[in-house]
Structures are given as structure tokens and as C-alpha cells.
Design a protein around this ligand. Structure first.
Ligand code: ZN
Length: 209
């Protein structure tokens, strides 16, 4: 029997993890925020932050263990947590922002309202091998942003088709006129193919040609 496939949803006890793909139990977290102190700012943590010198400079065994545990978690998932031994006082709780944790891969996922915003869904839509390079560029970009911005993706696909029209010998100024011209030239089947291709790229945007 194929593995169970359950679309991730807010507050579900289990779903197919957007990171590892396993159907797994999820743990849900509330989110509390605290501002940085003056002169302190957010920064991207990388593996370079885990230096041997830093580790060797620690006297406390507990501190060393916490450092190694954190490094282990970080190596597995770059979005992870660090333990603040004596806690922090936070009296701001975000509403409509939630975190889920996959019991299978220990990776966090971030939710705004009931939408999963991270990790972003990746659409595996490959451009046709004969697609001209400048059209391909817009096509790939459209596929990349479709989940976050269906309207943006639709605009890019429209632009890609406009460029394709030039490649097919049309003016590239008015997409409807260009398509009509192609149809006149007996390329109705091409119109259907382009239209089908676009609706596959942008089903959410409901692009119409
Ligand atoms: Zn997982």
C-alpha cells in the first residue's frame, strides 16, 4: 500500500511533512516575541559560527554539552532552537502565527493564519527543452513564485508568452492580436498547447488566453 498522503493543515495532529514527506505526528507551538537589546540585531547563523576555538574556550561542561547539542540540531535543520537556560521574559504573543514540529525529521514549519508559509512549496514544472532562453527564464521564475504569488506568476507567464510570440514571428506587443494572427495562420493547435501549458503552470491564477 502506498504511504498515506495528508496535506498539511493548521492544528492537524499529523500530516505529510513538507520537509521529509513522511506522514508524521506534529507538535504545535505558540510564538512569543522579544525585541533585541539596543546595538543587537538579527543575523544569519551559519556553520562558521561553531568554531573549535569557541568550544575549547568554554569551561563549563554543561555549556559545552549545550553547544554540541545545538550544533547537532543545527546540522540537521538550520531552523532550530537554542536553549536559554534561565528563560526570557516575553509578554508579546503573536496571534495567527504558529509553528509545527515534525516528529519524523525534527524540522519546524512556520504558519501564518492557516497557511503554511515555510518551507515553501516547490513546483516541479520543467520548461520544454525547445523553449527560447529568455522565455525559459520567465517560465522558471513563474514556477518558483506561484505558491506565494499566483498573480505574479500569471504576469510572468503572460510576459513569457509575449516573448514567445516574437520568437514565432509575431509583433509581441499585444498578446491577443498575436495569438489571433497565429490562429489565422492555422496554428490553432499551438494556441491550445500554449493555453494548456499555462493553465498547468498557473491553475491558481486562472490565466485565460
Ligand atoms: Zn518531517
Amino acid at each position: 500500500m502506498p504511504p498515506k498522503e495528508v496535506t498539511p493543515g493548521l492544528a492537524l495532529d499529523s500530516f505529510s511533512c513538507p520537509h521529509c514527506g513522511a506522514f508524521a505526528d506534529q507538535h504545535w507551538f505558540r510564538t512569543f516575541v522579544r525585541s533585541y537589546q539596543r546595538d543587537d540585531n538579527p543575523s544569519v547563523v551559519t556553520k562558521d559560527d561553531f568554531t573549535k576555538a569557541k568550544f575549547d574556550g568554554m569551561d563549563d561542561e554543561k555549556e559545552k554539552k549545550a553547544f554540541l547539542d545545538f550544533f547537532k540540531r543545527f546540522t540537521k535543520n538550520e531552523v532550530t532552537y537554542s536553549v536559554v537556560p534561565y528563560g526570557e521574559t516575553c509578554n508579546w504573543e503573536l496571534v495567527n502565527a504558529y509553528i509545527s514540529l515534525c516528529h519524523s525529521c525534527d524540522a519546524f514549519a512556520i504558519w501564518i493564519k492557516d497557511s503554511l508559509v515555510w518551507p515553501a512549496k516547490e513546483y516541479q514544472i520543467e520548461p520544454h527543452e525547445d523553449m527560447p532562453p529568455d522565455v525559459k527564464e520567465d517560465f522558471i521564475e513563474a514556477a518558483t513564485i506561484i505558491d506565494h504569488s499566483p498573480r505574479g506568476a500569471a504576469a510572468l507567464v503572460r510576459l513569457a508568452i509575449q516573448k514567445l510570440m516574437v520568437d514565432l514571428g509575431e509583433k509581441g506587443k499585444n498578446i491577443n492580436e498575436d495569438i489571433a494572427s497565429l490562429v489565422e495562420k492555422g496554428l490553432e493547435s499551438l494556441r491550445r498547447r500554449v493555453s494548456t501549458r499555462c493553465s498547468k503552470i498557473c491553475p491558481k491564477a486562472r490565466l485565460r488566453l
